[in-house]
Ligand binder design. Structure first.
Ligand code: CO
Length: 218
């Protein structure tokens, strides 16, 4: 199993299938990519970005990390965002979390897993910021799903507050920032009701998304 030949077999079959649909597919892709969207999602193997939204290679620029965090000083995520916005000119940044997120659950319950606990500390900040409402949800599963939603909302706002998104808006570049959540139980996406297209929409977008999640809990 050193060569993982099953994966290479799959790859050949996939490439042949793509070429059967469009003989020039890879030739065209090799010369340029022109995605309209940047996806910031969880690394969870059950949340494959392109497949969920039915987009082909070349159509979605993707950054994934544990629990779809946008940390102000994370050069990896910031570099992806800067390239997507400044060079590729994407028009939409989508922060997509998912229900049943193991990272969010670990953060909520204070489980210890090692180094990653420091990364998940950012979710605990979200948990602590919204402690009174999070703790008011009696069912542990629903409480975790609620924190998954709150985490998306906070990370969406973090995207909006980056210098590169602020600068894009300052130069009147069309750029919308969205907060979505994916349900691994039914394969469906839900819009958390936050879509920010300008600096003066951050506060109202944040408030409406928080109201959406609260109503969804009732
Ligand atoms: Co996750």
């Amino acid at each position: 199993m050193r060569l993982l030949s099953n994966l290479f077999d799959n790859n050949r079959a996939w490439a042949n299938g793509m070429k059967a649909r469009d003989g020039d597919f890879f030739t065209k892709l090799a010369t340029q990519q022109n995605p309209d969207y940047l996806w910031i999602g969880c690394a969870d193997s059950r949340v494959p970005a392109n497949e969920i939204v039915g987009l082909l290679p070349g159509e979605l620029f993707v950054h994934r990390n544990v629990a779809n965090l946008v940390v102000h000083s994370d050069l990896n995520c910031l570099s992806v965002m800067q390239y997507a916005v400044d060079v590729l000119g994407v028009e939409h940044i989508i922060v997509c979390g998912h229900y049943g997120c193991g990272g969010v659950r670990s953060a909520l319950e204070g489980e210890r897993h090692g180094l990653i606990d420091n990364w998940l500390r950012h979710i605990q900040d979200v948990r602590d910021k919204h402690a009174s409402v999070v703790n008011s949800v009696p069912d542990p599963g629903r409480r975790c799903d609620y924190l998954c939603e709150l985490n998306v909302i906070e990370q969406t706002i973090n995207v909006c507050k980056t210098t590169l998104v602020q600068d894009a808006w300052l130069r009147d570049q069309a750029l919308s920032v969205h907060g979505w959540i994916y349900d691994i139980n039914d394969g469906l996406l839900r819009d958390l009701g936050i879509c920010v297209t300008a600096p003066d929409e951050i506060a109202t977008g944040y408030a409406s998304a928080l109201a959406w999640t609260r109503e969804a809990r009732d």
